[in-house]
Write a protein that binds this ligand. Structure first.
Ligand SMILES: *Cc1c(COP(=O)(O)O)cnc(C)c1O
Length: 232
């Protein structure tokens, strides 16, 4: 099958899953933003997705994302950055990203704020929460730290607090962690009512995320296929 037909079929299957999950949860599918995670795939795939009506794409490594975003600068896309972000990459990421999902420490807030002000733009930021029991998980700060970092984002020049993001722990039922994320999101919204984004759910668990109130799902494999392992 040619690539565009495969991606078209995958996209309609993912849209059907989202619609079914919304129906089951009594939600409107229009409340969900599908973000296509294009990491490891070429700019030509980003172009295909845009042709098929995808409006939002995500990348997790600046070295890969910067040239891809430049290649696709003519497309009307919203670019999301979802990976661990070093402060020395803040300037580059601010040059193409519209939303950073992985804000997890005060130093990064400062760096992103400085670069957004320098670039004369407003960057939407999500606070990434770790839903792991232990300290070292798949990135993010502890639930207790989230409201404080949300306050820091909300008051930083050049930044706008969009909400919260998390990745479910590997190999466990994602229901309870996603429910926990929804609680944290509620807590953050008490102080910041406009911070409505809950970024949760990937190829394997988007239904559970939507059941728990996710507004943005980040889907890679189910749209574009399996990824080759990247040697870093
Ligand atoms: C790669 C990635 C995804 C997409 O994962 P799939 O399982 O391929 O859908 C979502 N979120 C983040 C943060 C990622 O790094």
């Amino acid at each position: 099958m040619i690539r565009s037909e495969a991606v078209r079929a995958n996209l309609s299957a993912v849209r059907e899953r989202i619609a079914a999950a919304c129906a089951a949860a009594g939600r409107d599918a229009g409340e969900i933003t599908l973000i296509a995670v294009t990491k490891t795939f070429p700019a030509s795939d980003v172009r295909l997705l845009a042709d098929l009506g995808v409006t939002d794409v995500a990348e997790n490594r600046d070295q890969e994302a910067a040239p891809k975003a430049a290649d696709c600068a003519d497309l009307p896309l919203t670019w999301h950055f979802v990976g661990r972000l070093q402060t020395n990459k803040a300037r580059s990421v601010v040059s193409y990203a519209d939303v950073v999902h992985s804000v997890d420490r005060p130093r990064l807030v400062t760096a992103l704020s400085t670069e957004a002000v320098r670039a004369g733009r407003t960057l939407r930021c999500l606070v990434q929460v770790s839903l792991e029991a232990g300290a070292e998980g798949r990135g993010g700060l502890t639930p207790a730290e989230a409201p404080g970092l949300a306050d820091a984002v909300a008051t930083a020049e050049g930044l706008e607090l969009g909400g919260v993001m998390a990745v479910a722990p590997l190999g466990a039922d994602p229901g309870p962690p996603f429910a926990r994320l929804a609680e944290i999101a509620r807590e953050v919204r008490k102080a910041h009512p406009a911070a409505k984004i809950i970024s949760a759910g990937m190829s394997g668990d988007l239904e559970q995320a939507i059941a728990c109130g996710a507004t943005h799902v980040r889907v890679g494999t189910a749209l574009l296929g399996g990824r080759q392992a990247i040697v870093r």
